[in-house]
Design a binder for this molecule. Structure first.
Ligand code: ADP
Ligand code: ADP
Ligand code: MG
Length: 679
């Protein structure tokens, strides 16, 4: 297809990893180009490596030693005989020295000229160019001076609150919000040292902090034949830590005037720098206003480019290749049309309930959402470490209307199953139904406004999933295939004829469960007509339950549901409609749950479960009354108080605080006879 090009591209090396490497390689495959991968030691088995026509190792796990190493990547491109290099996003994608190194090595850099990368790589420089081109910018200071005195003076002119930004910043890093003049010097110092260590450049700019803005951006695409078009706008207002998590196109509830201003400003800036590839011009606009202000330009493919692809039908990677090869873009501005509405959700390895803390771990099982574009770079067994970004995948829903795109996205967020690693999946499912987002009125304050006390999974869903976890755990089928590890009691195995699914008589199981969100005590009643659970005093009908090694079928609400679950060591991994847990379970022993009264041998107080003896409240010789607390045990973070069943005198204490004891172990003996005599 590039036969007449002055610089034909037949093979492309993707200098990236994860979902974006997979996505770029997919277009290469579709176009019949040789797709080449690079990988660090941490990614040797990663999906992008497996799908490539050839791959080269470029170093160890830390990005500095691999994905950020220009010499290692150029050497890999030479070794694999690449014609061109696609940088993806992040890593070296906005590094002018890398773009130059590619050209010097005779490789086509699939991106704009090194000059454009350099100009827009500095936020200070970019704002100066934008101003000169007549593009309104966020009010602030982007002069040369970097001394505290000048900057403080400028901050006062701008008026607090002020945002200090690293000129070389990206990915939401290197920003400090300063509310009061008194905090300025300290924040400046912090911003500078963060910028120096993250980007190797301490220079900062100041901006007026906009309280309630929308993040709007315009997709540009240019070629080397002098064409430059916009591919409409995206709204990426929903963010955490100044980083996007939900993005859509077109922007909802956007006045025509604001939209026209966005397109004009983006094209003006693009023309001013002779832009000749895919790039994004970012703006913020106070909610309810009609004047967007330029923020920065990203001279690369953006994470959220798929929403633009969905509504325009254009493969942006293909168009990047066309432009880089020196060909003319296939369509003109007038020929590009919008079809429907698209919304993307970023799936990240983060605990939304803990302030979006990153988590690491191993993906035990992943099954993508049915009928939805799912850009990802993960597979069963993928290790998610701390070396790279927390983003795992993106779900992209496209519909005729925003409502239908929302419905599809919700279905996708319910249908995706990911076990073994905590993600923001349920948060996303919940967030898209919050009124502010559902009605298309979200600003960058969306999370703070929608979840003033932080986000937590809905209690009812958590209870249902926990009940299902217990039902799956006690299923005989599951245990035949995955034998119980030591110390984990499974009464159903010990009593072969008794089956959970076809119980001959009602059965009661009490379990202690601990998962990411806390712990609970669960009673599971198995009857002829189905199962029921009691958690936190709430009764939950599970209906008919059947289970095998890695699935559970039940009918909590009239319709039957099938859940995927995995037993991993001492844990049961299970997910339902976006909520996933890793449950540790302890079944209480089948022995009567109350302490046994054995008048022949004195009265024994036994451990009702396997756990830690936390406290012994009595000493030998102490008098106890019936019902008096004598000891405390802990298991799975739940505390159990043991009390004397009858009055008497403590005859012996068999365990001390700190001991771990099996269920049924005798803790304390009470001499009832002594009691009789003293009465
Ligand atoms: P987008 O604007 O495409 O949505 P983000 O700001 O979310 O991009 O960043 C995309 C990815 O690139 C993230 O993984 C982010 O961590 C990374 N990234 C962006 N800019 C930089 C930078 N200057 N240095 C390092 N990583 C960056
Ligand atoms: P990055 O290079 O990290 O992407 P940006 O300048 O694009 O940095 O800003 C990232 C996000 O930070 C914006 O989308 C917006 O939510 C917030 N932000 C940036 N500048 C301002 C500002 N002046 N006022 C309020 N919020 C801002
Ligand atoms: Mg940005």
């Amino acid at each position: 297809m590039f036969a007449y090009s002055p610089r034909p591209i037949r093979s492309v090396l993707v200098a990236n990893r994860g979902e974006i490497a997979v996505r770029v390689l997919q277009t290469c495959q579709r176009l019949g180009l040789r797709g080449l991968a690079v990988y660090s030691d941490a990614d040797a088995q990663a999906p992008h490596v497996r799908m490539a026509d050839a791959a080269a190792r470029i170093g160890t796990g830390p990005a500095r030693e691999s994905y950020l190493s220009i010499p290692a990547i150029i050497a890999a491109a030479k070794q694999l005989e690449a014609d061109a290099i696609h940088p993806g996003y992040g890593f070296l994608s906005e590094n002018a020295a890398f773009a130059r190194a590619c050209e010097e090595a005779g490789l086509i850099f699939i991106g704009p000229s090194p000059k454009a990368v350099a100009a827009m790589g500095s936020k200070i420089e970019a704002k100066r160019i934008a101003e000169a081109a007549g593009v309104p910018t966020v009010p602030g200071y982007h002069g040369d001076a970097q001394d505290v005195k000048t900057l403080l003076g400028e901050a006062k002119k701008i008026g607090f609150p002020v945002l200090i930004k690293a000129s070389a910043g990206g990915g939401g890093r290197g920003m400090r919000l300063v509310e009061r003049e008194a905090d300025f010097a300290a924040s400046l110092e912090a911003a500078r040292s963060e910028a120096q260590s993250a980007f190797g450049d301490a220079s900062v700019l100041l901006e007026k902090y906009i309280r309630n803005p929308r993040h709007l951006e315009v997709q540009l695409i240019g070629d080397r034949c002098g064409n430059l078009l916009h591919l409409f706008e995206r709204d990426c207002s929903v963010q955490r830590n100044n980083q996007k998590i939900l993005e859509e196109a077109p922007a909802p509830n956007l006045p025509d005037l604001a939209r026209q201003r966005l397109f004009d400003a983006a094209l003006k800036l693009g023309r001013a720098i002779g832009y000749d590839s895919a790039g994004t011009v970012e703006f913020i606009m106070e909610a309810g206003d009609e004047q967007p202000y330029f923020l920065e330009m990203n001279t690369r493919l953006q994470v959220e480019h798929p929403v633009t692809e969905a509504i325009t039908g254009i493969d942006l990677v293909h168009w990047q290749l066309i432009a880089a090869a020196g060909e003319k873009l296939p369509l003109t501005q007038e020929q590009v049309r919008i079809h429907g509405h698209a919304i993307e959700a970023r799936l990240t390895a983060e605990r939304a309930d803990l302030g979006f803390q990153s988590v690491t771990g191993r993906i035990a099982h992943i099954a993508g959402p049915p009928a939805l574009r799912f850009d990802n770079g993960i597979a069963d067994g993928s290790e998610v470490g701390l070396y790279y970004d927390s983003m795992l995948a993106k779900l992209i829903a496209h519909g005729r209307t925003r409502e239908s795109a929302l419905d599809k996205l919700e279905a996708g967020l319910r249908g995706l199953t990911l076990l073994g690693l905590a993600t923001n999946q349920l948060f996303l499912r919940d967030a898209i139904r919050q009124p502010l987002f559902a009605e298309g009125r979200a600003t960058t304050r969306f999370i703070a406004q929608s979840y003033p006390d932080g986000w937590q999974p809905a209690a009812a869903e958590l209870r249902l999933l926990r009940a299902a976890a217990v039902a799956a755990w006690v299923s005989p089928a599951a245990h035949q295939l995955h034998p119980s590890p030591n110390g984990w009691a499974n009464p159903w195995l010990q009593r072969a004829p008794l089956r959970v699914t076809a119980a001959a008589r009602p059965a009661l199981i009490t379990a202690l469960l601990e998962d990411e969100y806390g712990s609970a005590e669960i009673e599971l009643h198995q009857g002829r007509d189905g199962a029921e659970a009691v958690i936190d005093g709430e009764r939950i009908t599970l209906g008919a339950v059947s289970a095998a090694a890695d699935w559970l079928e039940f009918a909590p609400q009239a319709t039957t549901e099938r859940l995927v679950c995995r037993r991993e060591g001492a844990k049961l991994l299970i997910a339902r409609q976006g909520l996933a847990i890793q449950a540790k379970l302890v079944l209480k022993s089948e022995a009567p749950r109350a302490q046994e009264v054995d008048t022949a041998n004195g009265n024994r107080i036994t451990a009702p479960l396997h756990g830690l003896v936390a406290q012994i409240y009595v000493a030998v010789g102490d008098r106890v009354e019936a019902g008096m607390a004598v000891a405390q045990m802990e298991a799975m973070k739940l505390v159990h108080t043991l009390s004397a069943p009858q009055a008497g005198v403590v005859a012996s204490i068999r365990h001390a605080a700190g001991d771990i004891v099996p269920a049924g172990a005798t803790l304390i003996e009470i001499d009832l006879a002594v009691e009789e005599e003293t009465r």
